[in-house]
Design a protein around this ligand. Structure first.
Ligand code: ADP
Length: 255
């Protein structure tokens, strides 16, 4: 039904790089409209897991499904059509283009499949670009970027570049949003804006998975946390339980 449209299941996934077992026997289920955290020390496999979910790496065993559709091995270019959006640890912006152009490009990636139709039907294309323009404006406004619409993306302060990457990802109206360390480099005010945005997305039925080192924020925001260490799930569950688990405190928090 529509209530599980963003349900993601990761089943017994393993990935190796040469002799390094980056992931082993990793399983998790993400329900629609909930906010999930993925934490663990550097090298524990967090980014590898995002890369498996987004088809960049094909696991040696196991599978990933979104709402029953197999994602394993799906071309990254098909992800937007499937309703999956992602941001990267280092924002991947077109630095010489303006903020406005960057966010609009997020929308055109999403509409790629209908670009021929768009070319053939100018009237429809105008309507479409008005719709995308309205959405772009709304996202820039919400993320505090409206006044920077004409700024070259590469000239934005680091935190705002991160916000712009999130705005661009949201142009596809994803049902699953994957955020890789979104809080890194944000000011307290920017983090507040991001926090509210993620909560609103969850409230709107979007499934959110965030890889994040800002544990205080993960504790407040996430309904469920998975802890990875050396490619394996150490524990998973309610943050209040997970972060007092002695294994987590020892292996991850180092206390
Ligand atoms: P995290 O995101 O938790 O810091 P990663 O997923 O980046 O961890 O890395 C997990 C392990 O896999 C590390 O040992 C890392 O060196 C290795 N690894 C990740 N990507 C590659 C790659 N493309 N080639 C070789 N080894 C890799």
């Amino acid at each position: 039904g529509s209530t599980d449209i963003g349900r993601l299941t990761v089943d017994d996934v393993a990935v190796s790089f040469g002799g390094v077992k980056a992931l082993q026997g990793v399983s998790m289920t993400l329900d629609s409209g909930k906010i999930y955290g993925l934490v663990g020390p550097n090298g524990s496999g967090k980014t590898t897991l995002l890369n498996v979910i987004t088809g960049i790496y094909k696991p040696s065993t196991g599978s990933v499904h979104l709402h029953g559709e197999l994602l394993t091995g799906v071309a990254p270019s098909k992800l937007a059509a499937l309703g999956i959006a992602r941001t990267f640890q280092t924002p991947r912006l077109l630095k010489d283009l303006s903020v406005w152009e960057n966010v609009m490009l997020g929308g055109y990636t999403a509409e790629k499949s209908s670009s021929l139709e768009v070319l053939l039907r100018i009237g429809r294309a105008r309507k479409e670009s008005r719709r995308l323009g309205a959405r772009a404006y709304e996202l820039l406004d919400v993320l505090g970027l409206a006044e920077h619409a004409g700024t070259r993306a590469g000239d934005l302060p680091h935190g705002l570049q991160r916000m712009l990457e999130i705005a661009r990802a949201l142009m596809v109206q994803p049902r699953l949003l994957l955020l890789d360390e979104p809080a890194a480099g944000l000011s307290a005010d920017e983090l507040q804006v991001l926090d509210q945005l993620v909560r609103n997305l969850g409230g709107g039925g979007v499934t959110v998975l965030l890889v994040e080192h800002h544990i205080g924020w993960v504790r407040e925001l996430c309904e469920h946390v998975t802890v990875l260490d050396q490619g394996k799930v150490v524990t998973a569950g309610d943050p209040e339980t997970v972060f007092v688990d002695p294994r987590v405190r020892e292996t991850y928090l180092g206390v």
